[in-house]
Design a protein around this ligand. Structure first.
Ligand SMILES: [Zn+2]
Length: 505
């Protein structure tokens, strides 16, 4: 994909000479320039995520790269005798989905595909207050336990497989399930070396069809620094971007760290009226980890749900940037659920990315207002306000906490309703995103999140041919039908990685 500059110059020169000679001899110019495509997709409705050229009908692909985007008649010129021609029959095409926050490898590598249920399949379960409260109680107890042990939830949530080989069958199975949902890039938030090595093995064997960006758990920080690995190493298939840190708990079990005490007393650990959640790091500790990773050229993704947690993490980022300024650091706040106007200002000023989860608002709507009170709610799950304020965001699922399917996620962030259509007008409907805003979060904005906006995230000349064909036009249909859409085809790097069994394509 990336060519050395001298090769580029040579090919430009040679290309220029060939087209000049072709023009002189009257030879078909496209063919002479070598611009016969390996694959063309014609007669579609393409949403490109490219602001200069937002809509198109057709695309031409050579090797793993998009070589032309335009009308069907323009792209027909790229058809040669060996070109694979796919007629889209008016179907909607979007860039491949990129999930900026998942625990896919953690789940897949412990999976035995021959036994048990498929954890990737979206299953909609009705909200049940009693079950949910019990789950939150258990979660809260575990958060307090790990805090008491001096750990973070990562220590119990992310378990390495016994060996990289052992993880392979589960990852292979999971990879297929993700391609089926149109996911072409996955970010793994908290991985061990074994996860990285398992994906490396798949890559060596030529089996890797899903692009993977990994953040390792903090216990690997020293080793990453020693090995000199930075966020720009690796390639478009597999990369260690940096490390994942974990600053506070979750809102449901009232363990997210808030500036002011919780508004309710749901659990016994809230008996102290001053109780405001759990912070797993004090300021000095997180400053040290962040500075070390930042100086080593690693990207930092920190779990921060409560406003106090976000403040502490922003302090640590600001401190690191003071010691080593880098306007293009792209560190993230993962979740960023409860903010305040002053925090939003700081996020923007520091150039921090908020990695938000498409499904969180509808999951948390059952308890968020109770926990926070109405005042804080005006800046919680405020995705629309954040985008309007010009804060850079990226979108993800937080699988296996949430459903993985991006189409389910889009429906939920656009409607802010559960899949039963409740509440009727959406939960805080002024914070609903448009379908295009939601799509951007999981395409071009996620590509920016991995420093790869120049090579993927949109259907644009020169970018990797990662794209998805959908059974319905999600930009036209009522938003409450988006989750029913089927991914008919997923293409990764110009290769058809998945075709829906009943697809006519
Ligand atoms: Zn997570």
């Amino acid at each position: 994909m990336r060519k050395p500059f001298c090769v580029l110059l040579t090919s430009l020169f040679v290309g220029g000479m060939v087209s000049f000679l072709a023009a002189c001899n009257g030879v078909d110019e496209e063919t002479a320039r070598g611009e016969v495509a390996d694959t063309v997709l014609l007669d579609g409705k393409i949403w490109t995520a490219d602001e200069q050229n937002p809509a198109a009908e057709a695309v031409a692909i050579k090797a793993d790269e998009i070589v032309a985007v335009g009308s069907t008649s323009e792209i027909r010129k790229y058809v040669g005798s060996d070109t694979q021609v796919i007629s889209l029959q008016g179907k909607r095409v979007v860039p491949g989905f990129q999930d900026s926050h998942s625990h896919f490898l953690a789940a897949a590598s412990l999976l035995d595909p021959l036994t048990g249920r498929n954890p990737f399949e979206p299953v909609y379960s009705e909200y049940n207050e009693l079950t949910a409260r019990f789950t939150r109680l258990l979660l809260g107890l575990s958060h307090h336990f790990v805090n008491w042990m001096g750990w973070t939830p990562l220590d119990i949530l992310i378990i390495p497989p016994a060996s990289p080989e052992q993880a392979l069958s589960g990852i292979r199975f999971g990879m297929h399930e993700l391609l089926k949902m149109g996911i072409t890039t996955i970010f793994e938030l908290g991985a061990h070396w074994e996860h990285y090595e398992a994906v490396s093995l798949l890559k060596e064997r030529g089996e890797l069809k899903l692009r993977c960006d990994l953040f390792l758990t903090p216990e690997h920080l020293d080793e990453l620094v020693e090995r000199g690995i930075t966020r720009h190493d690796g390639d478009e298939w597999l990369r260690i971007l940096g490390i994942k840190l974990y600053s506070d708990g979750w809102l449901g079990p009232r363990t997210a760290s808030l500036r002011e005490p919780y508004a309710d007393r749901e659990f016994f650990w809230q008996n102290d009226p001053e109780y405001s959640g759990i912070l797993y790091f004090d300021q000095e500790e997180i400053n040290n980890d962040v500075l070390k990773a930042h100086e080593a050229g690693l990207k930092i993704a920190t779990h921060a749900i409560g406003d106090k947690a976000s403040e502490v993490v922003l302090n640590a980022y600001e401190n690191a940037l003071y010691h080593l300024p880098n306007p293009d650091h792209r560190h993230t706040l993962e979740h960023a659920q409860v903010l305040a106007p002053d925090l939003m200002k700081r996020i923007k000023k520091l150039g921090v990315i908020c990695s938000i989860q498409l499904s969180f608002a509808t999951t948390d709507m059952h308890f968020a207002e109770k926990a926070l009170g109405s005042e804080r709610m005006s800046h919680a799950y405020a995705w629309k306000t954040m985008l309007d304020e010009g804060i850079r965001c990226a979108g993800g699922s937080d699988f296996a906490v949430e459903v993985l399917s991006p189409l389910w996620g889009i429906q939920r962030i656009v409607t802010r309703q559960d899949l039963n259509g409740l509440p009727e007008n959406g939960w805080y409907p002024d914070q609903c995103l448009s379908v295009e805003e939601a799509l951007r979060l999981i395409t071009i904005d996620s590509a920016y999140n991995s420093f790869e906006e120049d090579i993927k995230g949109s259907i644009e000349v020169g970018k990797l041919a990662d794209l998805v064909v959908l059974s319905q036009d999600i930009l036209e249909i009522p938003p409450n039908q988006i989750a029913d859409t089927v991914v008919e085809m997923t293409m990764v790097g110009g290769e058809i990685a998945y075709v829906w069994p009943d697809s006519a394509l």
